[in-house]
Design a protein around this ligand. Sequence first.
Ligand code: HEM
Length: 487
Amino acid sequence: MPDLDKPLKWTEAKPDELKMLRALQGNILKGHGRHFTANIFLRFGKDQGKSRRLLRDLGNHHVTDAYSQLLAARDFKKCGKSGGDFCHVALAFEGYVVLGLADSAPGDEEFRQQDGMRSAGSRTDLHDPELGEWEPEFRQALHAIVLVASDTEATCGMLASRIKSRVEAGDATVVKIQRGKQLINAAGEGIEHFGYIDGRSQPLMLVEDIEHEAEITGTALWDPSFGLGTALVADPGVLAQPENTYSFGSYFIFRKLEQNVRGFKKREQDIADALIPKGGNRELPGAMLVGRFEDGTPITMSNSARGTSPPNDFNYDGDNGSRCPFHSHIRKTNPRGSGGAEQQEKERLHLMARRGITYEDIARDVHPEELPEVESSAEFDEHVAPHLPERGVGLLFMAYNSVIADQFKFAQRFWANSDRFPVGKPDAANGIDPVIGQAAVVGSQRIPVEWDMPDKKDGADIHFSGFVKMKGGEYFFSPSLTFLKGI
Ligand code: HEM
C-alpha cells in the first residue's frame, strides 16, 4: 500500500506503487498539460447494464492511467513527442445511485449530499448564485463527466465526437459539452483571462516535480512537497482483495467561472488613476489584487525578482500587507503560514491540486498580451475596453481533493469569502478575495497607496468584487480504473 503521507518517486516506483499508478486515472497527480479539452457531461438512462458497460468500455479502451500519462509527459519533455489524446472519467453521487451502486460510492459528505453543488445548503455555504442564474444544463442532476483533451482543437473535437457517440450508444445522454482552450502567453505559460499567469503554484505530489521546483526556483521559503493523500483516497468501490489496496480515486471539483474581463481591467485602471502617480507602474493595483504581476512575479518579492520562470519560493514573513495585501487572491488561497488561524502544518492541509483551463464560449477579440498599453482610465475606455469581453469567457475551475470540506470548500468559504481572514492582523477586517470572493459583506480591502512602505498606515479601500460569476458546477469522484473496468 503506497504511503499517502509522502510524495511519490514515480520513476523508481516499487511494484505496489506501480500497480497503484496503473490503476489511478491521469491528471490527478500531475496536470495532463494539453491545451484543448472538452468536458462531456452526461446522464445515464434507465438501462443500468448498458450504462455500466459504457463505463467499462471507457475504462478499458479510453481512460489514460497515471503511469502512461507520466511516461508520455517525460517523453514530451525529452523530445517534444506529443502524449496524444487524454481521457478521464468521474461520477457524481447521483450517477452512482442511478447505476445502482450507491454503496460503492465514496463517503465524503459534500459529495454525497442530495443535489450536490446545486443544493441550497452548498449554495448558501459558498454564496453561490441562485440556480436560475446557472447555465440551464447545470441546473439538473449530472451523473458523470468525461474529460477529454488533446493538443489541437481539431483532434480534441474528433475525440469528443467519438466519445459522444460511444456515450449515446450506451443508453446515456450528453447534456452538455463544455470546451476548454488554454490561453498562453509569449513565454508559453498558461494565463487566465484577466491576463495573469495561472497554475504556477501547486502542491506537488511527485518527488521528480519537487526536485525540478528546487532547481528552477528553490524551496527554502516555501515547501511545495505534499503527500499523495492531498488528492488520493482509497476507492471504496473496489472490494476484491488485493486490488483494493492499490486502487485510489480523488474527488473532482468542477466549477464554471465566468470572468467579466472588461469590468475587472477597467477597475484596475480606475484604481491606477487614483493611486499611481504619472509615469508610475500602473500594473501595481492589479498585482495587489492577485498577489502576482501578470508575468507571475509574486508582489511580495521585489520587482527585481522577475526572471524567466515565475518564482514560487516565497512566503509572507515580514510582509504586513504593505507589499502583498492580506486579501489578495494568492494570499487568501495560500497564506503560506501567515493566516493566523492555524499552525502552518494544518493550514497546508487546505491546499489542493488545481487543474483548471480557460474557456471561450465567445471567441476573444484580442489576446490579453496584444492589448495596447494605456496611461489613463479614459485612454483605456477608448482603446482597450471595446476589445474586452464582459461575458462568455472564463475559467473551468477543476481541482482534486481528498476531503472537499477541508480543501476546495474550506478555501472558498472560510478564506476567499471571508472579510475576516487572515486573522489577528492590525486591521481585523481585510475584505474578501477580490478575484473569487462571494459574500454579502465585501469588507475593507485596503491596498497600500505606496508599495513596500511598511510604516505607512493609510491605504485605499478599493471595494473590488463581482467580476467572476459562478455559472454551474458539481462534485464528482474520479474512481480507480480497477473500479471502472470491473463495474
Ligand atoms: C476565475 C477564477 C480564478 C482566477 C482568474 C484565478 C487566478 C489565479 C491566478 C492568476 C493565480 C496565480 C498563479 C499561481 O500561483 O498559480 C492563482 C493562484 C491560485 N488560485 Fe486562483 N483563480 C481563480 C479561481 C480560484 C478558485 C475558485 C480557487 C479555490 C477556491 C483558487 C485557488 C487558487 C490557489 C490555491 C492558488 C495558488 C496560491 C499559491 O499557492 O500561492 N483560484 N489563481
